[in-house]
Design a protein around this ligand. Structure first.
Ligand SMILES: [Mg+2]
Length: 401
């Protein structure tokens, strides 16, 4: 029996929350992200801003050039997390099989819910209506027999999209879509496929498996299956609670260790802040490094005491990266995550030795203060030296693109 998987994705989430909280911003181009004079990127922008050609992940200066009349706001993570909880609560009223992908996106397995609440399509419409009336935001939905197709479907008609893919219409939906619509196909894989003359998913279906694995290794197999709409992955409810991570794909592959260390520190900082936001501490640190040949190495370590400190996450992550010989090759992507959360464990063994526990308390308080300041005044208020350097380097990379 075909599964009924739903993917829901809020429309322009951060910007929509800003417009919800401040009615004066409605109908205006709202851009949430870094300081428009700095070197950061756009996090999310409203659909009004998209009309000017602004996109998420675009360098913020480019956004400012295209849309100087826009309203530029720093992200308010805590507020978005609060609204996210409201949305996830609504989702969980229809099934316990909810897998959040981020604050504004989730998979639901509605297969078993149909006997209780009626057809998946009706459930999805109820959910969207509920979010609109109770939260005040709009969402796009995809329903399909698996996660890949459901996610693809929710993206086809944004905003307020509602697309159903079945085994019957699957081929005709996929056939003429660009290969970039496949989950995990970024600009480089797209370019590599184009070199082989493969522009659409329909064309990809005509390629033999060994050709794809010969060119892309293990991920060739994923390409082969996804192009045919095959995806057996289950919806796993506590995915988000299992790990919190952050990763970055470079615009230019780099083997510069010093630069990579800076990026790792920045990533560790992002992860630590999110851990504190969710009041989580973890013992397992995982580093992921993908080289320019798409080979991905993951290394993990377990530390004695659960942490939410960027200093510790960075230190351990750096050791792992060194063991993986990260500067030996050009790196395409780097990521770090923390898992193994110690939610109910009594806190806390003393990491710094007995006399150090005061230090640790002080450091914890400092982190809280910094997080609060950033929440109120934006990221730019407190920036570490290394992070500044990283942003500068990333800015340079932007230019060389
Ligand atoms: Mg979204």
């Amino acid at each position: 029996m075909a599964r009924k998987i739903m993917h829901i994705d809020m429309d322009a989430f951060y910007a929509a929350v800003e417009q919800l909280d401040n009615p004066e911003l409605r109908g205006k181009p709202v851009i949430v992200g870094a300081d428009p004079c700095g070197r950061g990127v756009v996090s999310t922008c409203s659909y009004e801003a998209r009309r000017f050609g602004v996109r998420s992940a675009m360098p913020i200066r480019e956004a400012f050039r295209r849309c100087p009349q826009g309203v530029y706001l720093p992200p308010r993570g805590g507020r978005y997390a609060q609204i996210s909880r409201q949305i996830m609560n609504i989702l969980s009223q229809y099934t316990s099989l909810v897998e959040p992908l981020s604050l504004d996106e989730a998979f639901l397995d509605l297969t078993a819910s149909e006997s209780l609440f009626g057809p998946a399509e009706d459930i999805a419409r109820q959910i969207v209506a509920k979010i609109e009336t109770e939260v005040g935001l709009s969402a796009s939905v995809g329903i399909a027999p698996n996660k890949f197709l459901a996610k693809l479907a929710s993206d086809l008609k944004k905003p307020k999209g509602f697309v159903i893919i079945t085994n019957e219409n699957m081929e005709s939906v996929l056939e003429n879509l660009p290969v970039s619509k496949i989950w995990g196909v970024g600009p480089k894989t797209e370019a590599a496929l184009k070199e082989l003359g493969i522009h659409t998913i329909g064309l990809l279906c005509k390629v033999e498996l060994d050709v794809l694995t010969g060119r892309f290794g293990e991920s060739g197999e994923d390409l082969y299956c996804l192009a045919r709409g095959i995806d057996e992955r289950p919806v796993s409810p506590d995915e988000e609670a299992k790990s919190i991570g952050h990763e970055l794909t470079f615009q230019t592959d780099t083997g510069d260790r010093q630069f990579l260390s800076g990026v790792l520190l920045w990533l560790a900082d992002q992860v630590a802040r999110r851990l504190r936001q969710y009041q989580l501490q973890g013992r397992v640190i995982t580093v992921k490094i993908r080289d320019n040949n798409f080979k991905t190495i993951t290394r993990r370590t377990t530390i004695p005491v659960a942490t939410d400190f960027e200093e510790i996450i960075y230190r351990e992550g750096h050791k792992l990266a060194e063991q993986a010989n990260w500067g030996g090759k050009k790196v395409r992507l780097i990521g770090i995550s923390v898992s193994g959360f110690a939610k109910d464990e009594p806190v806390q063994l003393d990491l710094f030795g007995e006399s150090g526990s005061e230090n640790e308390d002080a450091l914890g308080k400092l982190h809280q203060t910094v997080d609060q300041l950033r929440e109120r005044f934006g990221d730019q208020i407190i920036t570490k030296g290394t992070i500044m350097q990283v942003q500068k380097r990333m800015g340079q990379d932007d230019k060389t693109r």
